[in-house]
Design a binder for this molecule. Structure first.
Ligand code: DAT
Ligand code: MG
Length: 135
């Protein structure tokens, strides 16, 4: 069984889409192994997205990700990492296929409603970020 880290981002929480998104997660046969709600500080959001620090959108991304409550989840399924990325759709909702979560719910490329780890290494790092010691 593979594990991945998912986030229901502040734009989705703010629009009361948590239940709908969890319903999609369950319909697609992911097991929710853990879930927590948290509001990141700007410093925590900056650390979470550290690999994007040179990008032009980094400061705006950090402000947005620390702007409100989010939900972090550990999802379990065979091929959880790939399957969750597929269900989310690409980063930019305009490029997402119908039925993908970002196509259905995202506001724009930044406020794109959901996050998913992109590799086994990232999944372990991000699970540890939210659910590890001191998380
Ligand atoms: P993903 O969330 O699909 O893994 P990413 O890791 O490339 O995408 O980027 C992380 C987040 O940064 C993304 O969910 C939203 C934001 N972002 C990415 N590209 C952006 C852009 N061109 N303009 C604004 N925000 C962007
Ligand atoms: Mg990414």
């Amino acid at each position: 069984m593979e594990r991945t880290l998912a986030i229901i981002k502040p734009d989705a929480v703010q629009r009361q889409l948590v239940g709908v998104l969890i319903s999609e997660i369950e319909k697609n046969d992911f097991h929710i192994a853990a879930i927590k709600t948290q509001r990141l500080t700007a410093a925590q959001a900056a650390r979470f997205y550290d690999k994007h620090r040179a990008k032009p959108f980094y400061d705006s991304l950090v402000t947005y990700m620390s702007s409100g409550q989010l939900f972090a989840l550990i999802l379990e399924k065979p091929c959880a990492i790939k399957d969750w990325r597929h269900l989310m759709g690409p980063t930019n909702p305009k490029q997402a296929e119908p039925g993908s979560l970002r196509r259905l719910f995202a506001i724009d490329v930044q406020q794109n409603s959901v996050h998913g780890a992109d590799s086994p290494q990232t999944a372990e790092r991000e699970i540890n970020f939210f659910f590890g010691e001191g998380g």
